[in-house]
Design a protein around this ligand. Structure first.
Ligand code: FES
Length: 214
């Protein structure tokens, strides 16, 4: 599948960035579903996501500057607010009504910033997965990124199929070949598929033991 004909699930929340990786006053360029997006925070700390392409001469807004309640293009200085509306054009008083860039629904939750790349009218933040443990004092979370070059569907296939764990990760995520016999539970929701399995009566895998200092 090439980039140009890739099919993406648009009407869904995507984890865009760890909250602590979106600093104040510094725009961050990202690509989601093949679309260039600039992430930044306005003065009150609210996260914003806009199309990373100025409506004037298509310069990436991510190389501009955060400016109070918006972002200023680094080419000719147009300023856009958090809704993607141009609110200032240096040197002129008239702002064309079409001077806008696309704004994406964005929500900060569970120490992550979530973005909705599809129809904004359908963005319901109650459907963001519950990852409370990422921001709960009773849990310790490890954050980071694992860049991969390949079709995302291959990764989904990998993560939904636990049968590989015993063999591919035998020195890290698996402690006992017998684990391969533990059944996997598959749950289908309206918009989701989840797999899980409880492995009881076995030693903890090496990576988990390491995490506990054992
Ligand atoms: S390209 Fe952005 S202001 Fe001209």
């Amino acid at each position: 599948m090439t980039e140009t004909n890739a099919k993406f699930l648009k009407n869904a929340w995507y984890a865009a960035i760890w909250a602590h990786d979106l600093p104040n006053a510094t725009p961050v360029a990202k690509t989601f579903l093949n679309e260039p997006v600039v992430l930044f925070r306005i003065d009150d700390g609210t996260a914003v996501a806009l199309e990373d392409k100025c409506c004037h001469r298509a310069a990436p807004l991510s190389v501009g500057e955060c400016d109070g309640d918006g972002i200023r293009c680094g080419y000719h200085g147009l300023k856009f607010d958090a809704k993607g509306v141009c609110v200032e054009i240096p040197g002129q008083t008239q702002i064309p009504p079409g001077a806008t860039v696309r704004a994406y629904p964005i929500v900060e939750r569970w120490n992550m910033v979530w973005i909705w790349m599809g129809d904004a009218a359908k963005a319901d933040d109650s459907t963001i997965p519950d990852y409370f443990w990422l921001k709960d004092d009773g849990w310790k979370a490890a954050t980071g990124y694992i860049p991969m070059q390949g079709n995302y569907q291959l990764l989904v296939d990998n993560l939904l199929d636990f049968t590989h764990v015993t063999y591919l990760h035998k020195n890290t995520l698996s402690a006992d070949p017998e684990e391969a016999k533990v059944p996997v539970k598959v749950e289908r929701g309206d918009r989701s598929v989840a797999v899980s399995r409880w492995i009881l009566g076995h030693d903890a895998p090496p990576l988990f033991r390491q995490g506990r200092g054992l």
